[in-house]
Write a protein that binds this ligand. Structure first.
Ligand code: NAP
Length: 261
């Protein structure tokens, strides 16, 4: 087991990539604090964990990662339950309304930046504080995007927030490296999750509709398929493991080759 008895906070653990990370971390022996906005989504992940046969210990924490009071509560509850923290996975994120920047409402900009970028600041700050208090280091892994490396029209706030996560990662890695805190991020490509199936717009594309919607992207993916949460979870597991001891400040593409820089 790569993460035996290590305590991890996973934000956005109720669905999609965060749920995939929770299931993989459970197999690797970690103890989990799952954070999500929707209680029902947390309950969905906890059912899967209970059925996984791993016997994983976990707590469910409902709240908003862009709210500093909620974030403090997530960390306090985690330390109270498990007595320590070893890994933070900053995964929670949202898209933005698919409209051009000229017509983009200020509130939509603010919300995307708050949930995708400010949350990484709020959570990473408390994680690093805890790691330094404990001694012995820790791991911070954030979920950026290929849209943080290349611009996509109509996704400008999203792209800006994800590019921010990459530079946050590099700068913070330099700040806390002396404390043996490794700070990395991943840049997924086209991953089959509720986000990509249009959940935020009240859609839930069927397999057929999803295949149709992603058909145009396939020729741009050298490996010829979309990704799944488990594909991303593998790399986030590696980054939390001892095998990634000498890696920090990195932004790793997980995109089947759709993004190579
Ligand atoms: P998802 O299926 O929508 O899951 C995101 C999770 O984050 C949901 O459970 C959601 O909660 C939670 N969340 C959203 N806002 C939150 C908030 N303010 N506080 C707490 N939790 C919040 O999306 P996903 O595709 O798995 O995305 C996960 C991460 O990967 C995001 O950062 C996303 O930008 C990034 N990413 C995704 C793709 C892709 O192709 N899917 C590609 C690149 C990067 P509720 O739904 O319960 O409200």
């Amino acid at each position: 087991m790569l993460l035996k008895d290590r305590v991890a906070i996973i934000t956005g653990g109720g669905r999609g990539i965060g749920q995939g990370v929770a299931l993989r971390y459970a197999q690797e022996g970690a103890k989990l604090a799952l954070v999500d906005l929707e209680q029902s989504h947390l309950d969905e992940t906890s059912s899967l964990l209970d059925e996984s046969g791993t016997g994983v210990e976990y707590i469910k924490l409902q709240g908003d990662v862009s709210n500093s009071g909620d974030v403090q509560r997530f960390f306090d509850a985690t330390i109270e339950k498990f007595g320590r923290l070893d890994i933070l996975v900053n995964n929670a994120g949202i898209g933005n309304p698919t409209i051009g920047i000229i017509d983009m409402p200020e509130e939509a900009w603010d919300k995307t930046i708050a949930v995708n970028l400010k949350s990484v600041f709020l959570c990473s700050k408390l994680a690093a504080k805890q790691f330094i208090k404990q001694g012995g280091g820790g791991r911070i892994i954030s979920v950026s995007s290929q849209a943080g490396k290349s611009g996509f029209a109509m996704l400008t706030p999203y792209c800006a927030s994800k590019a921010g996560v990459i530079l946050f990662t590099q700068a913070f890695a330099k700040e806390v490296g002396a404390h043996k805190i490794n700070v990395n991020c991943v840049c997924p490509g086209t991953i089959d999750t509720p986000l990509l199936r249009g959940a935020e717009m009240g859609l839930n594309l069927t397999d057929e509709q999803f295949t149709e919607a992603t058909k145009r992207a396939l020729p741009t993916i050298p490996l010829g398929r979309v990704g799944y949460p488990a594909d991303v979870a593998k790399v986030i597991t590696f980054l939390a493991s001892d095998d990634a001891d000498y890696m920090t400040g990195q932004a790793i593409n997980i995109s089947g080759g759709q993004e190579m820089h």
